[in-house]
Design a protein around this ligand. Sequence first.
Ligand SMILES: Cc1ncc(COP(=O)(O)O)c(C=O)c1O
Length: 453
Amino acid sequence: MASPSAAKIEAAYRDRFPTSAKLFEQGRTVFPNGVTHDSRYLKPFPVYIDRGLGSKKYDVDGHEIIDYWMGHGSLILGHSHPAIVDAVSRQVARGTHLGANHQMELEWGECVRQLMPSIERVRFTNSGTEATLMALRLARIVTGRPKILKFLGHFHGWHDWLMPAADAPYDSVAMPGVTGGVLQDLVVIPPNDLAVVAKALDEHHPACLIVEGTGGHWSLVPMRGEFLQGLRKLTAERGVLLIMDEVITGFRVSPGGSQGHYGIKPDLTTLAKILAGGLPGGAVGGRADIMNALEFDNPHGQKMRHPGTYNGNPLSAAAGIAALKLVQQGEPTRQANELGRQLRAALNSMFAQRSVDWIAYGEFSMLSVLTDYDGPRSTDDSFIPCDNRLDKLDSKRDPVLSHAFRCALLLNGVDFFGWRAMLSAAHTADDIEKTVIGFSKTIEMLRADGLVK
Ligand SMILES: Cc1ncc(COP(=O)(O)O)c(C=O)c1O
């Protein structure tokens, strides 16, 4: 028997998005796979977006789409928030690169320090990838030890040191293009077991342990407060630096990030995304006695060199200040978190009504959908399915179903981040209602193509 395919969905999709189909033909000749970020790849072709406003984006054929990518998590305020548009517009006329210190970098840095008191000193980078790279190097300089400890399924950007073991399947840490020399100094352990962490710390004496603020792939495999606090205790006892990677959770989970929510004081924090209000930007911040390894004369006797043409650039600073000032008031995070809770609950009750074996779970303003789920369910929003097992929550998905799901959802006016979603303060109760209707129709379409029971 032929394996199921998304024939009807694909035909409707080609029909609905003709200009995107045409642009992708050109895109394939310009970019590998036709895309500029692996996650944006979609079969038979991705939708090309013309503009975004609030919780919506509009494709090149003029369709309105409720957006759950939210700039890969950077847009807690939604697309084109007036405060950001205003700040960036004013700055663009005053210079995009001043090749000098400027007052806005000061204000931006002060905002970060106020929101995260563990950050005594900060240094701006251009991305989250650069930030985690810097944090590792600082840790090595300060401790004089080479090894890095990380968790399976934690993503910290795409550089050699931390990309291995970031994505399922987790049968090997080997990664094309990453040398054995690099892997020798990388120790990878499964999440959510403090005994395993203690053993790895004692065996390997790493320079640092790096952890995503709420567990792997922003709460796909959640880590909660007790575990994170356990990490703080174990690392402090052994003089190992704790790096909290708050590139996503920073300013999303709470105005003070995951560390603010759970009351943890890491040694170093990495930031990006919301930090720069939807423009490119990242940062490392933390203890002054660690950050001072960036100073020309420092007690470590070795300076970490840090160039970077666009570090602290005025446009990102302008957007970042505008975003963080609004975040500081608390309302955007509260709103996005509440809508996240509502969407999880509404999807789960629709799945039950339609007798489909899917479950939505997550925390704060982040959500994941699991298919083929036959375990216990709960109306408690803190419920984690599959006993929080990495192999169940973060396994490789069926690619045919995954592509068909996203295409069908787009046909119903919703764009999910794969099987995941990130909400913003710009989403509304009406968006949630329309999203659930879109999901329900999507399930019908997947059933019609024989992809869902
Ligand atoms: C937790 C985490 N760290 C680091 C990064 C890398 O950030 P960037 O894409 O800005 O390089 C990401 C990106 O999604 C992330 O989710």
